[in-house]
Design a protein around this ligand. Structure first.
Ligand code: GLY
Length: 375
C-alpha cells in the first residue's frame, strides 16, 4: 500500500474542524503534516514508556527535517494510570517549564489513555493549545483519537474530569498496528464490531466475509477497519459534538460492558474490547427479548465474534464470576445513569439503534443471567 492510498476523513465542526489521515508510513511525514498547525517552528511530543522506544525517534526526526524544533516528554505511567491527576500534573508542569505558548502545538503519541490525558492537558494549558493525535493502538485509532473527548479518571469514577477539546489533526499510521499484541487487537475489535452494528449493513457484511483475514499483518484489512470505523464515528460526532443525543449511540454495549469491567475489578484478563463485545451481545439479547429485533441478528453477531476469536457470553470469561447483584450495582454506578435511570442503547436492526431509559430491570436480569449461564 503506497502513501497515495492515504484516506482523509474530514470532521466538519465549523471552526473546530479537522482531518483524520489514515495511511501507511505517515509517522515519517509528521513534520510536513503538522507544520500548517504550528504558530512558530516548534512542536512538542508527549508520549508513553511503551511507545516511545518504538516510534519517538522517528517522529522527532521528521519534525526536525521539517525545521521544527522539539522537546519530548515520556510519561512513566502505563495504561489507565496515565489518566490521573499525576499524569495531568506531569504534562502541564513540564509544558510550563519548557515554555509552551498558546500558539505552540503538542503531539500526543501513544494509545488511548495517553491521548486522553495529553488532550486534556492541551485543553487546560494556558486555557487551551492545539494538539495532534498520533494514535498507536487500534482502539485509539478507531475511537478515542476521534471526537475530542479528553480527560482523566478520579477515585469517584472513570472519565469524570475532562473537557471536549478537538485535535487539529489525527494521524493514524496503520503500519504501527503491526507491532500490536493479539490481545490489543482483540480489544480494538470489540469496538469495531459495535461500529458494524450502529453503522451500515455493508460494513457488517464485510466483517462477516473477512473475519478470518483480520490480523495486524493484513494492512488492507486494518486500513479498511480503521477508515470505516472512523467514518461512522465522525458522522455521529459531527451531528452531536458534545453528546446530547445521537453520539450516545456510540455507547452500544457499554452499559453492560463497563459493568462487567467494574464487576471483574478491571482485571487484565478481561480487556475493554472483550467486555464491549459481550456487552453488545447483551444489548442485542435485550432487544430481542423486548421484541425490537430479530433473533437472526443476534445469531449473526455471535457467529462473527466467534470467527474473530472473541467471547460472546459472560459464562465464557475464564475467571470467578461475580454475582448478578454485583453486576447490577456496577450498572447503576455507570456515568450514563441520569436521575437514577439506567440508559441502554437498543437495536432494531443494523444501523437502527436508539437509547431507551425505560427498560424493566427484570428484563436486564434475565438476559444477564442467561449470559452468565453461557446461553
Ligand atoms: N467513545 C465514545 C465517544 O467518543 O463518544
Amino acid at each position: 500500500m503506497s502513501r497515495r492510498s492515504t484516506r482523509t476523513i474530514h470532521v466538519d465542526l465549523g471552526s473546530r474542524s479537522y482531518d483524520i489521515l489514515i495511511g501507511q508510513g505517515l509517522l515519517d511525514d509528521i513534520g510536513n503534516l503538522v507544520k500548517p498547525f504550528t504558530g512558530r517552528p516548534r512542536a512538542v511530543i508527549v508520549s508513553e514508556a511503551n511507545v516511545a522506544p518504538l516510534y519517538l525517534d522517528r517522529v522527532a526526526a521528521s519534525l526536525r527535517s521539517s525545521n521544527l524544533s522539539t522537546d519530548t516528554l515520556v510519561l512513566p505511567m502505563k495504561g489507565e494510570a496515565l489518566k490521573s491527576w499525576a499524569g495531568i500534573r506531569c504534562i502541564t508542569e513540564w509544558m510550563l517549564q519548557v515554555g509552551i505558548e498558546r500558539n505552540d502545538l503538542m503531539i500526543a503519541l501513544g494509545g488511548g489513555c495517553l491521548g486522553d490525558v495529553a488532550g486534556f492537558a492541551a485543553a487546560v494549558h494556558r486555557r487551551g493549545i492545539g494538539y495532534v493525535h498520533v494514535p498507536t493502538t487500534l482502539l485509539a485509532q478507531i475511537d478515542s483519537a476521534v471526537g475530542g473527548k479528553t480527560g482523566i479518571n478520579v477515585k469517584e469514577g472513570k472519565n469524570l474530569v475532562g473537557a471536549f477539546h478537538q485535535p487539529r489533526l489525527v494521524v493514524s499510521d496503520i503500519a504501527v498496528l503491526g507491532t500490536l499484541p493479539d490481545r490489543e487487537l482483540r480489544s480494538g475489535l470489540g469496538e469495531v464490531v459495535k461500529y458494524g452494528l450502529i453503522g451500515d449493513s455493508q460494513y457488517f457484511d464485510w466483517m462477516e466475509r473477512n473475519a478470518s483475514r483480520i490480523s495486524v499483518e493484513n494492512v488492507e484489512c486494518m486500513h479498511h477497519l480503521v477508515s470505516e470505523s472512523c467514518q461512522i464515528k465522525t458522522q455521529l460526532v459531527v451531528s452531536d459534538e458534545t453528546e446530547r443525543g445521537r453520539r450516545s449511540l456510540l455507547n452500544l454495549g457499554h452499559t453492560f460492558g463497563h459493568a462487567l469491567e467494574c464487576a471483574y475489578e478491571y482485571h487484565p484478563r478481561l480487556s475493554h474490547g472483550e467486555s464491549i463485545a459481550i456487552g453488545c451481545m447483551l444489548a442485542l439479547n435485550l432487544s430481542v427479548r423486548l421484541k425490537l429485533c430479530d433473533v437472526q441478528l443476534l445469531d449473526r453477531l455471535e457467529r462473527l465474534l466467534k470467527s474473530l476469536g472473541m467471547k460472546s457470553r459472560i459464562g465464557q470469561i475464564d475467571m470467578a464470576m461475580p454475582s448478578y447483584e454485583r453486576i447490577w450495582e456496577c450498572m447503576k454506578q455507570d456515568k450514563k445513569v441520569e436521575s437514577e435511570v439506567i440508559r441502554f442503547v437498543l437495536v432494531r436492526d443494523i444501523g437502527d439503534a436508539f437509547v431507551s431509559a425505560s427498560v424493566d430491570p427484570e428484563d436486564v436480569r434475565k438476559v444477564v443471567e442467561r449470559s452468565m449461564n453461557g446461553r
